[in-house]
Design a protein around this ligand. Structure first.
Ligand SMILES: [Zn+2]
Length: 200
């Protein structure tokens, strides 16, 4: 009697920008500073200090970023940062992202722009609220204008910005994870974002 073994392999794709003093920041945001605090040769152990805005590199926005009295990052449930994901390729668009791009969605919807200045429209954001997604993300420094942010954040949709490597996830089924630091009263936080793909 033969036993057929089905091997399911998992692959992890890192979706996170490196955090360094060279990481570009949004216009007007503080420049990232990483300074040596102690040195392993001199002090016996190495440690750096970080100076950075909460919205540096790959990060997530909490409602408090735009909504007065909105939930801060430490108050957001972890469920908001983990879920079944989909990448929608919008890199060929010559306008912003509208509901017509969202023929298929998942708990977490990520937009691949390929670095083009393409953003989620206010209408697109409203459509995602109706579809009850948990979170949205983009490979741009911002998901859209103030109005788009307010629509999403007033509905407690987490917004992931400055994601990378999304092109590797087009057409794939995956679990997205992007967990923030528990910053007291934080308006957002850098995250380590990644996708787990099950290969059959
Ligand atoms: Zn942000």
């Amino acid at each position: 009697m033969s036993v057929l073994l089905k091997v399911v392999k998992e692959m992890i794709i890192d979706l996170t920008m490196e955090l360094s003093e060279k990481t570009p920041v949004y216009p007007g945001d503080p420049k990232i500073e990483i300074k040596e605090w102690t040195d392993v040769e001199k002090d016996g152990y190495q440690m750096n200090t970080l100076f950075l805005g909460e919205h540096s590199g790959t990060h997530v926005d909490a409602p408090a970023h735009f909504i007065p009295g909105g939930r801060t990052i430490d108050e957001m449930p972890l469920e908001k940062f983990i879920g079944k994901g989909i990448v929608i390729d919008v890199s060929q668009l010559d306008r912003n992202i509208e509901p017509s791009e969202m023929l298929r969605v998942a708990e977490i919807v990520l937009f691949y722009t390929g670095g083009k200045a393409i953003y989620l429209s206010e209408e697109g954001a409203r459509y995602l609220i109706d579809l009850r997604v948990k979170a949205v993300g983009i490979d741009n420094s911002t998901i859209g204008d103030f109005k788009t942010h307010k629509v999403l954040l007033s509905n407690e949709i987490s917004i992931f910005e400055n994601l990378t490597n999304l092109e590797n996830l087009i057409g794939k089924e995956f679990t997205f994870i992007g967990v923030p630091l528990k910053i007291k009263n934080g308006s957002g936080s850098p995250v380590r974002a990644f996708a787990i793909i099950k290969e059959k």
